[in-house]
Design a protein around this ligand. Structure first.
Ligand code: RP5
Length: 167
């Protein structure tokens, strides 16, 4: 079995601009990942084959992004028992509400950990995958904690700047 990795699946290459945030977060934690365009609707057999193979090769978490009638995360969750994180993509006339409901409303027993619509969700998918892997990786757990502390410091610095401006 190869090194543990995260698989980032997208229903279309049109999802990539949003999902770049996920890849950036994974890179920032030195997490090995594979990114792939594969569709629950347009390439169902290839999606099934990839997920089965990825799990056998050491994939620990699947992140699945899709817009419109977004079934990629749910379809993947039906194939694997690894954790699946779903990112609803904001595209089309319903601003991602369609994708949110399609991703989050899974039947009992087949969970998809669904994050927010769009770029905040894409970012959080990366952090959530890191937190999941950190359960069994002490060095990564420290890195996640340090990143969280840095983010708190950034907010405090912004507040200090506001207070200075207000006099
Ligand atoms: C979904 O349909 C994809 O994930 C994408 O968000 C949306 C539109 O796909 P394209 O028509 O841009 O390929 O399956």
């Amino acid at each position: 079995m190869s090194k543990p990795f995260v698989a980032v699946l997208m229903g279309s290459d049109s999802d990539l601009p949003t999902m770049k945030s996920t890849l950036d977060v994974l890179k920032s934690f030195d997490i090995t990942f594979e990114a792939k365009v594969t569709s629950a609707h347009r390439t169902p057999a290839a999606t099934h084959a990839y997920v089965t193979d990825a799990e056998a090769r050491g994939c620990k978490v699947f992140i699945c992004a899709a817009g419109l009638a977004a079934h990629l995360a749910g379809a993947v969750a039906g194939i694997t028992t690894r954790p699946v994180i779903g990112v609803p993509i904001d595209c089309g006339p319903l601003q991602g509400h369609d994708a949110l409901l399609s991703t989050v409303m899974m039947p009992g027993g087949v969970p998809v950990a669904t994050v927010a619509i769009g770029s905040a969700g894409a970012k959080n998918a990366g952090y959530l995958a890191a937190q999941m892997l950190a359960v069994g990786d002490d060095a990564l757990a420290v890195a996640v904690k340090e990143e969280r502390a840095k983010s708190a410091e950034a907010v405090q610095a912004k507040d200090a700047a506001l207070q200075a401006k207000l006099g």
